[in-house]
Structure formats: structure tokens, C-alpha cells
Design a protein around this ligand. Structure first.
Ligand SMILES: Cc1ncc(COP(=O)(O)O)c(C=O)c1O
Length: 426
């Protein structure tokens, strides 16, 4: 591969053209393994940013893509519909919380979040109320587009860079009580105070249920989410749950909101929707929200991306949902959780480690110093694993099909990195 061209001309996520970091050339992938051009195999601990839940090159997902591409790979969704979209939306509504009845298909997670915020704004507009604020949590992450950025943690994000362009929303303290800890009611104090004070201007609360992902890999107590739902009901504010990272089994439940036995008014999904094969997302809502939006001045929901409902993506997503319907993911994520619960506490003995935590197929090692990305990435590859940390967070979100030896290899690699001074900066 022409890596010199890549280095000179191709922008990778969050990288500099002045000092680009090493990129590893992948030529194929199979099951839980990625294969580099030089023949090296690495065990994937990331599921390609939490999306490839069934592993790579899955025969049933491949078959769905092959079958669909010979029929129609894309067609506009305005005025036209197709079987892959109908099949997918039937399955999505069957899996999602019962109150959700309408599906809006979009292109990426960030766009699903934009769509959810627009739905909430149009809902209040249709009701004749001017509500333009969102209440969200510190340490959250909802994507890189403008509205999504505006509800992402104001300190740990691009807020300062885009000051003046980003609308200013309301941030409550994120919950401190971990998933496995004893619930501390005071966790809800700041959220309650902010909702009480601003509820007449708040269109919706938006948050990541149970696991705050890219904003800090924080795994919090279900009672917090229950409290949020109760408060939203009490103050008549919509609740948007962003399950783009947590949806489809990652936390050991189909959707993370099930840990708290609550239902959102609007739900965003993406990432694992197609089993990581291609980009597709969905925003689902209740009949009440959908009908109110459409009963308003505009007479419809004002959004319609070119690649909305892409048939190829829908066909693969339907096959991915069919795999989930077999319920093997429950046993698989339980086994991964069990392994993380046995292996990760051993890493807490290292001085460098601030905390270890886990839930479902998520394992996190928080360090006291930030990683040196170039060095730790090279070390992981040398150890035969693919783990891509950020800041002080070394985390694993392996494909559900990972076997105990794969999880052990991932955790061993993390442990060996903790012993290497050059893998950390500061
Ligand atoms: C919770 C959450 N919301 C939204 C997004 C944005 O999704 P995408 O990168 O597909 O735009 C992400 C991506 O990491 C996410 O974790």
C-alpha cells in the first residue's frame, strides 16, 4: 500500500497533517482478527469503534449484502420504499422499547442525534411553545456535527474551538455512582436543580444511558436513569436516549435503558446497527411525538438525507438484527463480562491505574497519566492485539463472538503496556 501517499494526503480521524501518526494497513479481516499487509494478525478489541459486534466477514451479513447489491444498492427514499427498509424497521420496532412506533433512518450516529434534537424542537414548536434548550450531562459525547457537539461535554470537547457557532445548552453533573456501587441519591441533585430551574425552556434531556462512552467511558448506576425519567415526566420534558454506542447488546441488555426498566421518548441507534458493515443510523420515537411534529405548521418532519434508508445498508442491518434475535449475544456478553470481572481487578495493583470498570462486553482501565498513542499502539500491535486508547482511557469493546482466549490476550496486552514507561506520557 502507498503509505507515503496516505501520510501526505489522507486525513484520518483526529490526526494532524503536520505530524501524522502511524496508520496500520489492513488488507482483510475475519472473525475477531484483522490482517495487516505484512501478514500480521491482531485480535480486535475495538469492534471497529464498537460496531462489528458479530465479527468480520460474517457469512450471513455477506450473503445479505451480496443478495441486495444485485437487486438495488441505492434508491431515493422520497416517494419510494423498499423491502429492506420495511424488514429492518419491523425488526427494530420489535426489539426497541414498546412505546416507540416510528423510525427515521439516517446516515450516521451524529445525524441520528441531529434528527432527535430537531424532532424535539419541532415537537414544541408544533405545541406553540418556544423551547430551544437541551439539558444534558457533563462527560457526555453525542457526535461531531454542530448540534451533536453542542450537547457534548463542554470541557472535554471542541466547545472552546467553536465558541460563537455552537448554541449554548445546559449541562448537569454526570453521575458519580458506578453501576456496581451502592446508589447515592445526591447524584441527581444537580440534574434536578437544573431541570427545576430551566424546565420551561428545555425541549428535551439528551443523554447516553448507563455508559458515557467517548466522553470518559463512565459506567453509572441505573437509578440515575430512573430518576431522570421520573423527573422528565414530572416536568413534561422529552427524554432522548443516545444508544448509538450502547445499543444492540453491548451492555448485556439489548438496549442499556433496560437496566433501568425505562422507555425514552426518542431513541438514537447507529454503530452496531449494520453489524459494523456500513454506515446507517435510526432515530425512533413515539406516536405522540411523531403525530405532534407532523400536526405542526410544517406538516411533516423537516429532514431527508440523500442516502436515507439505503437498501444495501438496510439489508445488512436486517441480517444483523436476525443474528441478534437468536439471542446468542446474551450468553456471549455475559461470558465477556465475567472474564472482565475476573481479569481487570488484577490490573488495579499497578500504580499507574486509577480505576478499572466493566459492564457487558465493555472493559475499561483508566490510568493516571495519558497514553503515548504512537508508542502504546505499536506495543499493542507487537502483542498481537488492536486496542486504541484515548487520553487516560484504555478500553476494550470486543466483538461478541470473542472467545475467552481472545479476552485474555487483550487484557494481557493491556497489563504488559502498564509495565512499559514509554507507553505513557507526562
Ligand atoms: C454515544 C454516541 N453518540 C453519537 C456518536 C456519533 O456517531 P457517528 O460517529 O456514527 O457519527 C457516537 C460515536 O462514537 C457515540 O458514541
Amino acid at each position: 500500500m502507498d503509505l507515503t501517499f496516505d501520510r501526505r494526503h489522507i486525513w484520518h480521524p483526529y490526526t494532524s497533517t503536520l505530524t501524522p501518526l502511524t496508520c496500520y494497513p489492513v488488507t482483510s479481516a475475519q472473525g475477531v482478527s484483522l490482517y495487516f499487509e505484512d501478514g500480521r494478525e491482531v485480535i480486535d478489541g475495538m469492534s471497529s469503534w464498537w460496531s462489528a459486534i458479530h465479527g468480520y466477514n460474517h457469512p450471513e451479513l455477506n450473503a445479505a449484502a451480496h443478495a441486495q447489491i444485485d437487486k438495488v444498492s441505492h434508491v431515493m427514499f422520497g416517494g419510494i420504499t423498499h423491502q429492506p427498509a420495511i424488514d429492518l424497521c419491523k425488526k427494530l420496532l420489535a426489539l426497541a422499547p414498546d412505546n416507540l412506533q416510528h423510525v427515521f433512518l439516517a446516515d450516521s450516529g451524529s445525524v441520528a442525534v441531529e434528527v432527535s434534537l430537531k424532532m424535539a424542537l419541532q415537537y414544541w414548536h408544533a405545541k406553540g411553545e418556544s423551547r430551544s434548550k437541551f439539558l444534558t450531562l457533563r462527560d457526555g459525547y453525542h457526535g461531531d456535527t454542530f448540534a451533536a457537539m453542542s450537547v457534548t461535554d463542554p470541557d472535554n470537547s471542541m466547545h472552546s474551538l467553536y465558541k460563537g457557532f455552537l448554541p449554548e445548552h445546559i449541562f448537569a453533573n454526570s453521575p458519580k455512582t458506578g453501576f456496581w456501587q451502592e446508589w447515592d441519591e445526591s447524584d441527581l441533585d444537580d440534574f434536578t436543580a437544573k431541570l427545576t430551574r430551566h424546565h420551561t425552556e428545555i425541549a428535551a434531556v439528551i443523554l447516553e444511558p448507563i455508559v458515557q462512552g467517548a466522553g470518559g467511558m463512565r459506567i453509572y448506576h441505573p437509578k440515575f436513569l430512573q430518576g431522570v425519567r421520573e423527573l422528565c415526566d414530572q416536568f413534561g420534558v422529552l427524554l432522548i436516549l443516545d444508544e448509538i454506542a450502547t445499543g444492540f447488546g453491548r451492555t448485556g441488555k439489548m438496549f442499556a435503558c433496560e437496566h433501568a426498566a425505562i422507555e425514552p421518548d426518542i431513541l438514537c441507534v447507529g454503530k452496531a446497527l449494520t453489524g459494523g458493515y456500513m454506515t446507517l443510523s435510526a432515530t425512533m420515537t413515539t406516536s405522540k411525538v411523531a403525530d405532534t411534529v407532523c400536526g405542526g405548521e410544517a406538516g411533516c418532519f423537516m429532514h431527508g438525507p440523500t442516502f436515507m434508508g439505503n437498501p444495501l445498508a438496510c439489508a445488512v442491518a436486517t441480517a444483523s438484527m436476525a443474528l441478534l434475535e437468536r439471542n446468542e449475544w446474551q450468553q456471549q456478553t455475559k461470558q465477556i463480562e465475567q472474564l472482565f470481572s475476573e481479569l481487570l481487578p488484577n490490573l488495579a495493583q499497578y500504580d499507574l491505574v486509577a480505576d478499572v470498570r466493566w459492564l457487558g462486553a465493555i472493559g475499561v482501565v483508566e490510568t493516571k497519566r495519558p497514553v503515548n498513542m504512537e508508542a502504546i499502539q505499536a506495543h499493542f500491535v507487537e502483542q498481537g492485539v488492536w486496542i486504541r486508547p484515548f487520553g487516560k482511557l484504555i478500553y476494550m469493546m470486543p466483538p461478541f463472538i470473542s472467545q475467552p482466549e481472545h479476552i485474555e490476550k487483550l487484557v494481557d496486552a493491556v497489563e504488559s503496556a502498564l509495565k512499559r514507561e514509554e507507553c505513557f506520557s507526562g
